[in-house]
Design a protein around this ligand. Structure first.
Ligand SMILES: [Fe+2]
Length: 443
């Protein structure tokens, strides 16, 4: 299998005005190769992988999203950080280093042709977190897996980059767009004069991924994402080049390309998504990889699928394996980190943490309701179990277990509750297999 240089770049960018407009600080980005000792190590590892894989033309891509990595130096053993996480959405960012080590082990075990990271690399955009992450990605590359990243809504110009010490917090340095591009220069392939951090990641010889940066962070990070006319101009150029080159193209974004749920609290669907979806359909691009929701969920509309990957920082620590077979069949499989690559008992503890986060929220919301303790217990347990199933992508709306549980009737009698509003809405949405997606090849 022939390996392309990491810096090979078929992309093009418009230099017209864009919300995230900037010029790359370095002028050696196009066509440059990784330098020094690391390059030699990477070349050797890639050569060994290439030799080992000559028997197969199958292309395999590992995908992770929403790492929300927090550098240890920023929280040490702060109880406030733990309390903040416990009041949050189930992240176990207090174990960021353990999770990253497990990811590196999994990549080493699988030897994919690339590892794609679709945004929200850092906890809340801390410079210290980005610096450690870039070093860890370099280690993964050294072991033979090229890494490609795009930013998410938490990564650049964050107003909430904080460090924690004991029971207090302090503001810590965030990164600008230029600093982000500099820190991750080895893991992006952005053309010079780019006005968004989009680029093409070549994977093996037969697959390109259009890493499409739709996050909006001019001046200050925003939750929403936007696909603009400039993105469209760039992406259509990539699609045309992929067609001429005869390679398969998929896309990757942080925000959703298709609507996954009516529960759109956090601007999940990118603005301008219809324009990106129309381009994809025009050029026969059938798969987009996204994150941001933190929920493992797949939606397919009119021949186009958007596979939202569950957040890596949340149980069961999902990653996806995308495989392009010899016959052109494309498969997506969401997996969980195996116990073998995690510290003993980690998965169990992380699951219990996510359960407790929902359980405690529900109990707090029912405080003062006057309901008997056993009813509150049953309702909290039902909500916490549902939350685990929904976020991990194992909830199916045709599974009678959810509809026949007596706790559901208790919730229906208390339908003013905000947690029930969320739960009832997403439970009633049609949800099938959220872990697998397949496009057939040529017979
Ligand atoms: Fe996120």
């Amino acid at each position: 299998m022939m390996m392309r240089p990491k810096r090979w770049n078929p992309g093009l960018h418009s230099s017209a005005e864009h919300p995230n407009r900037f010029l790359l600080a370095r002028d050696d980005r196009n066509g440059a190769f990784m330098k020094g000792k690391r390059l030699a190590a990477v070349c050797l590892a890639l050569l060994l992988c290439a030799l080992a894989m000559t028997a197969s033309a199958e292309v395999r891509v590992m995908v992770v999203s929403d790492l929300h990595y927090m550098a240890k130096a920023l929280y040490a053993d702060s109880e406030l950080f733990l309390r903040a996480l416990r009041a949050g959405d189930g992240k176990v960012s207090q174990y960021s280093d353990e999770l990253l080590s497990a990811l590196a082990l999994e990549a080493e075990r699988l030897h994919p042709d690339a590892l794609l990271v679709t945004g929200d690399l850092s906890f809340n955009g801390e410079r210290a977190s980005h610096l450690v992450l870039a070093r860890r990605f370099a280690e993964i590359e050294t072991s033979g897996t090229p890494v490609w990243v795009i930013p998410g809504n938490h990564d650049i110009n964050s107003a909430t980059a904080r460090g924690f010490s004991g029971s207090t917090w302090y503001a810590t340095e965030a990164v600008t767009t230029e600093e982000f591009a500099e820190i991750y220069a080895d893991f992006m392939n952005v053309p010079a004069e780019a006005d968004h951090l989009s680029y093409v990641a070549p994977v093996g010889d037969r697959l390109w991924t259009a890493m499409t940066d739709v996050s909006f962070y001019r001046e200050q990070a925003q939750t929403f994402g936007v696909f603009t006319a400039n993105h469209a101009e760039w992406l259509e150029g990539v699609m045309q080049q992929a067609q001429s080159a005869g390679v398969r193209l998929i896309t990757a974004t942080h925000h959703s390309l298709l609507q996954h749920t009516a529960f759109s609290r956090d601007s999940f669907l990118m603005l301008g998504s219809e324009s990106m979806a129309a381009l994809a359909r025009k050029y026969g691009v059938r798969l987009n990889l996204s994150g941001h929701l933190h929920v493992q969920h797949i939606v397919e509309q009119a021949g186009l699928a958007d596979c939202a990957l569950g957040a890596f920082c949340v149980w069961p620590h999902r990653y996806a394996l995308v495989t392009l077979a010899d016959d052109g069949a494309l498969t997506y499989e969401a997996r969980a980190l195996e116990d073998a690559v995690l510290p003993e008992g980690f998965s169990e503890e992380s699951r219990a943490w996510f359960y407790a986060v929902a359980d405690e929220k529900v109990r707090a919301s029912l405080d003062g309701s006057g309901l008997p303790a056993e009813e509150i217990d049953a309702m909290a347990d039902y909500a916490a179990r549902f939350n685990l199933a929904y976020f991990s992508g194992t909830y199916r709306s045709d599974d009678p277990v959810w509809w026949e549980d007596p706790a559901r009737a208790l919730w229906q009698r208390n339908d003013e509750n905000a947690f029930w509003t969320y739960m009832n809405l997403v439970m009633n949405e049609s949800t099938g297999d959220s872990l697998h997606f397949e496009l057939p090849g040529t017979p």
